[in-house]
Write a protein that binds this ligand. Structure first.
Ligand code: NIG
Ligand code: FE
Length: 413
């Protein structure tokens, strides 16, 4: 592959900086180079700087003229439920009639209805749907996603989803980090205790032995798994060498943030109901919050997580889509940036940091993606706007111009 030179970006948003997640004022420091350029060789970034300096080094490079456009690291989406069958249009319509997430679940909708459809789908059909979802992410400028299981809820059902994630990884340019979420809901006809035992004794050993996931997650919530059960699952996962994340304090405050701190989780996700003590606990234990405002929006709720307090407390916030058919049917990180700025009062710069470099660290990949720095993978997106703030400002309109993974253009819109 010839080297590639990206030149004359109106803004080259590098997010260069120390090799750690960004907190406090550092979240606002995007290290933008005007009329910026970069040289890419063998899929990695070789140099970054003002275009005229890069131009001196380019000899036989293929040139991408980014004049009038923003170039930035591909978004890193650290919380998605990418593999599922079907949709939840009936839930959507019920919500429009003011029924709640819990009421809809009791009436036969909710996670369980997606479980039934996902169980019934063949591996080939699931893979085909997942490929469509992967393409959506790329079109929004996302180059890495975390992807959870959780719509199988039997040993074979969960392994099937994780195998589909594994195949997807091989077949699409989107980079994927797998997470095992066996404890997503309690299957019908057994108790939460009985199911937790299956997750721990039967699922986790297979997931670990077959190397199907890097992380383990649970849904710690009233009607799903309580703190003790969530703790048991995540502790077992740690013994198998998995890192841990958790859906906590989404609909009720069950002390989930504190639990994630005690367990030494990598991330605590959702946190809509987390209070000040929860925030302090996360900080002490160095847990990264993953905020998913798309699910608040799409559920028609109004209580967003306390992002400003979290930033003031020095937490390395991550933003993610929570892409799933029930509570957050969007693959669009620009939509999440819009919500972060309008509903959670994050600045556009903080939101960009949270959806790139901080997200990369939360997936254990801060050393290879999330910023445009020499040595990192050339995973980047070019947007049809001149100022990065436009990504959060114009909402509901796609601005992606093209997307590159490992220096290869995989999408031109
Ligand atoms: O992150 N909270 C639990 N899991 C998802 C919803 C999944 C679903 O409704 O299918 C979430 O919001
Ligand atoms: Fe989720």
């Amino acid at each position: 592959m010839n080297p590639l030179a990206v030149l004359h970006a109106a803004q080259l948003v590098t997010l260069a900086g120390p090799a750690r997640p960004r907190i406090g004022a550092a979240m606002s420091d995007l290290r933008i180079i005007r009329d910026g350029g970069m040289l890419i060789r063998d899929g990695a970034i070789e140099s970054v700087g003002p275009s005229d300096e890069i131009e001196e080094k380019i000899a036989e490079a293929e040139i991408v003229d980014a004049r009038g456009r923003v170039v930035m690291p591909g978004f890193v989406d650290a919380h998605t439920h990418l593999v599922f069958a079907g949709n939840r249009l009936d839930d959507f319509e019920r919500r429009a009639r003011s029924e709640t997430y819990e009421e809809i679940a009791k009436a036969g909708g909710g996670i369980w209805s997606t479980v039934e459809r996902t169980r019934a789908a063949s591996e080939a059909d699931l893979l085909a749907e997942a490929k469509k979802h992967a393409d959506w992410f790329l079109r929004c400028g996302t180059t890495t996603v975390e992807a959870k299981s959780g719509y199988g809820l039997t040993v074979e059902g969960e392994l099937k989803i994780l195998r589909v994630i594994g195949q997807l990884k091989e077949q699409v340019p989107l980079q994927i980090v797998p997470t095992f979420l066996g404890a997503h809901a309690v299957p019908k006809a057994i108790s939460a205790e009985e199911y937790v035992e299956i997750v721990i004794e039967e699922m986790l050993p297979r997931v670990a032995a077959e190397n199907l996931a890097e992380f383990c997650d649970v849904f710690c919530e009233r009607g799903y798994f309580d703190s003790d059960q969530s703790g048991e699952v995540l502790s077992a996962a740690k013994r198998h060498g998995l890192k841990i994340r958790g859906h906590v304090d989404q609909l009720t405050n069950s002390g989930g943030a504190r639990l994630m701190a005690e367990l030494g989780a990598t991330t605590a996700d959702h946190l809509e109901q987390t209070d000040e003590q929860g925030i302090v606990a996360l900080k002490k234990a160095n847990v990264q919050p993953v905020l998913v405002p798309g699910s608040v929006y799409a559920l028609g709720l109004s209580r967003y997580p306390r992002a400003r307090e979290m930033i003031e407390a020095g937490l390395a916030i991550v933003l993610a889509t929570d892409f799933n058919p029930g509570s957050s049917p969007t693959p669009s990180m620009p939509m999440i940036l819009s919500l972060a700025c309008t509903q959670m009062k994050m600045s556009p710069a903080e939101a960009i940091t949270a959806s790139t470099i901080n997200a990369a660290y939360s997936l254990n990949r801060g050393d290879e993606i999330g910023s445009l720095q020499p040595g990192k993978l050339a995973n980047f997106a070019i947007f049809d706007c001149e100022d990065y703030r436009e990504l959060a400002y114009w909402f509901g309109i796609p601005q992606t111009h093209s997307v590159y993974v490992r220096g290869k253009r995989i999408l031109k819109l």
